[in-house]
Design a protein. Structure first.
Length: 243
């Protein structure tokens, strides 16, 4: 059963591709979407989808820029920031293992722009999967979407019944969408991942599957991964059209 659902945001990267394409030297979590910083917007979205609390891992540059520019995060008391200069996306995810309570949590990358209705559907369907699954090695659910030719996607090989068979660079029709509903048991593999020298969240998730843990997939629609200026433009247009 999923009782208290925790929310988490992966936001410790520098967002170099977005910076290079926009020539605007602002940390990605602070870039405005719909009139508010992406970080604030993502936290509100997770709370609206059912998270009782949200923790975000940001780097020291983001914290400094927000402080120097007096960028206030007008969020409920259930939102908090953890400042970590992590080496890569895997280490940012593993940092969450130190701050979330044992159980289930929903995590999103700060740049995953997802229609609220789709986010809520993902959460509800993930809950049902967890409640219906008796497999002890069930580690959680990943949101996937149809590949539209984006650069550097994480392809997901998904079976007809929604089981993720493998994650990697082998091209398939589905890619991950930056949204995860996971058990804190995934952090049991932190030492294995570090011994293997893994340096990305995608490789950590692939390791979990290789170790026999089960990850399922739920397809969502309308998601945008904001990596470059064109993605940012598309996200701003999409947000204006959202109800």
């Amino acid at each position: 059963m999923v009782k208290g659902l925790q929310g988490a945001i992966i936001a410790a990267g520098r967002g170099e591709r977005l910076r290079n394409s926009t020539r605007d030297d602002i940390p990605k979590p602070l870039v405005k979407l719909g009139g508010e910083a992406m970080l604030s917007r993502q936290a509100r979205a997770l709370i609206a989808a059912g998270a009782s609390s949200v923790v975000a891992v940001i780097n020291s540059e983001t914290a400094r820029v927000a402080r120097e520019n007096e960028m206030a995060f007008e969020m409920p008391a259930s939102f908090r920031l953890v400042v970590r200069d992590t080496a890569n996306s895997m280490e940012t995810m593993l940092a969450l293992g130190e701050v979330v309570h044992p159980g289930w949590f929903i995590a999103a990358t700060v740049d995953a722009v997802i229609p609220q209705a789709e986010l809520a559907r993902f959460v509800n369907e993930s809950r049902r999967k967890i409640e219906d699954c008796s497999e002890k090695k069930f580690a959680g659910v990943l949101a996937v979407t149809r590949w539209r030719g984006e650069a550097r996607p994480l392809f997901a090989d998904v079976s007809e019944n929604g089981l993720i068979l493998r994650l990697g660079n082998g091209q398939t029709s589905m890619v991950t969408a930056g949204l995860y509903f996971l058990s804190t048991r995934v952090f049991d593999y932190a030492a294995d991942a570090r011994r293997a020298g893994l340096d990305a969240l995608r490789r950590f998730l692939a390791l979990i599957i290789e170790r026999g843990m089960q990850l399922d997939a739920i397809e969502i629609e309308g998601s945008i991964d904001v990596d470059e200026a064109s993605d940012l433009d598309a996200a701003r247009i999409a947000i204006r059209k959202m109800p």
